[in-house]
Design a protein around this ligand. Structure first.
Ligand code: CA
Length: 230
């Protein structure tokens, strides 16, 4: 299901630019001009994230954000502010308005899409259960630990993130590039070879015979797949 983004912005050119770019990245969007009644429209829409301009014709962006935080339906929805002046940034940061992030105009739409993605990913992580089991594996997200048959694995932070990703996405084949994007994110110095190195280290921890793995297998010419083989 596509995630829904509300774009509350009265400058039509900027609104359509955001609309175009977010739609292109697979989001479902709705542009609201920020007139009276915007809160009601947002409550009906139940977006996954709100891009909110500060200067709006009918309502003040800050007041609207306060109302969003008090709304039973919207209280937990991330709000990304669009600000035009630095004194607005001061208000976003200095007062308890309840915004999650801000961008100062003019900004790059690419950067905005990246921020939207990051907020929604964080939200997804929070929504997932802290402890989950998959066959002989137990993942404790809160403690950042993984157990195999009750024995704790000794993992670096990256190894933990990679194994966490495999445990939460079992049975699917991932290319090295997909794993880099999902696990390493924006870090620029990593290469597909980095994935191989970490997979090898993980295998040494979780496989009885790392050279003939039963859980973390190689998908030839593509990448890797994690499977819990009973
Ligand atoms: Ca405006």
């Amino acid at each position: 299901m596509p995630r829904r983004i509300a774009i509350v912005e009265d400058e039509t050119e900027l609104a359509s630019l955001l609309d175009y770019n977010l739609t292109r990245h697979g989001y479902e969007t709705q542009v609201l001009g920020g007139a009276e009644g915007t809160l009601k429209t947002l409550e009906n829409m139940k977006p996954d994230l709100i891009v909110l301009d500060v200067m709006l014709p009918g309502v003040d962006g800050f007041e609207l954000c306060r109302a969003i935080r008090k709304s039973a339906v919207l209280a937990r929805t991330p709000v990304l502010f669009l600000t035009a002046r630095s004194d607005e940034v001061d208000r976003v940061l200095g007062l308890e308005i309840g915004g999650d992030d801000y961008m100062t105009k003019p900004f790059s739409t690419r950067e905005l899409v990246a921020r939207v993605k990051a907020h929604l990913r964080r939200e997804e992580m929070d929504a997932e259960p802290a402890v989950m089991e998959l066959g002989r594996f137990r993942l404790d997200r809160g403690a950042r630990r993984v157990y195999l048959d009750g024995r704790e694995l000794v993992l670096t932070s990256t190894e933990f993130k990679l194994l966490e990703y495999f445990l939460t996405h079992p049975g699917r084949a991932y290319s090295r590039e997909q794993l880099l994007e999902s696990v390493w994110g924006e870090q620029r110095y990593v290469t597909p070879r980095t994935v191989d190195v970490h997979v090898r280290r993980l295998r040494e921890q979780i496989e009885e015979q790392p050279d003939t793995p039963r859980y973390l297998t190689t998908v030839r010419g593509f990448g890797y797949r994690f499977e819990e083989a009973e």
